[in-house]
Design a protein around this ligand. Structure first.
Ligand SMILES: [Zn+2]
Length: 245
């Protein structure tokens, strides 16, 4: 007889490899659920299901971090309410209808998927700030920390993640004009911070960013070390310092 423990271990291995085993895995860490989309959002829901940016992000998070309480990512039609983290429910709402705007800006499904990965990491950053009880001085400070977490996770992925980070920065740049004020930094500043971290982490792969990022903040080594320190209680295994990689 196959024990539950063996089944779970197998499932964990599969989950790490392909994010394909949610049903059998215990309620633990980051989980993903799809709701039926509204008719107008069907293409965007299909993009998420085929390109699997959320599955990829959650597999990387769960392989890296052992989050004791479940955080559920619910892909759903939000009727313009906007993607966000709900601390009361420990739930990230990932809105199909947000993808429509990104499609218009980027005009390319692969780019939309890349931006969605960054979005999932950003919201996961909020969930981790909540789970770890990390102090944040203001709403803006929390948003900046969540952006830095998204960059940190994408940079950890290597060249593929770095490309997604550039795409996300491009999307912020394109969306910059005419945006209302909210708790986030202005889109142009968010783009600049992403590119600053990217060049700081991997200058050899992004030499074209040298001029644009001269004297920029935040500093990659500081961000890498701060997030690594803050995540310490949840890390599955310790990694050697990678500042200045
Ligand atoms: Zn946010």
């Amino acid at each position: 007889m196959t024990s539950r423990r063996t089944a779970l271990a197998l499932c964990a291995a599969l989950l790490a490899a392909s994010a394909g085993c949610q049903q059998a895995s215990p309620a633990h860490g980051f989980l993903l659920r799809y709701e039926t989309p509204a008719a107008a959002d069907e293409d965007d829901a299909a993009l998420l299901r085929t390109r699997k940016p959320a599955e990829r992000a959650l597999a990387a998070l769960n392989a890296y971090l052992d989050v004791p309480a479940p955080v559920t990512v619910v892909a759903r039609s939000c009727a313009g309410e906007g993607t966000g983290y709900d601390p009361a429910a420990h739930r990230i709402e990932l809105c199909y209808d947000d993808l429509e705007e990104e499609r218009e800006l980027l005009g390319d499904e692969e780019a939309v998927a890349a931006v969605t990965t960054e979005t999932v990491y950003h919201e996961a950053g909020h969930a981790l700030i909540d789970a770890l009880g990390l102090p944040v001085a203001s709403d803006r400070a929390e948003e900046d920390a969540a952006d830095r977490f998204a960059a940190f996770m994408l940079i950890r992925e290597g060249p593929q993640g770095e490309r997604a980070l550039r795409t996300a920065a491009e999307e912020y740049r394109l969306s910059g004009a005419g945006q209302g004020h909210d708790e986030h930094a202005p889109p142009a500043d968010r783009a600049a911070a992403h590119l600053c971290l990217l060049f700081g982490a991997a200058p050899e792969r992004h030499p074209d960013l040298a001029d644009r990022t001269r004297g920029c903040t935040p500093d990659w080594t500081t961000v890498h070390d701060a997030w690594t320190r803050d995540l310490a209680p949840l890390l599955r295994h310790h990694e050697p310092g990678r500042g200045g990689r």
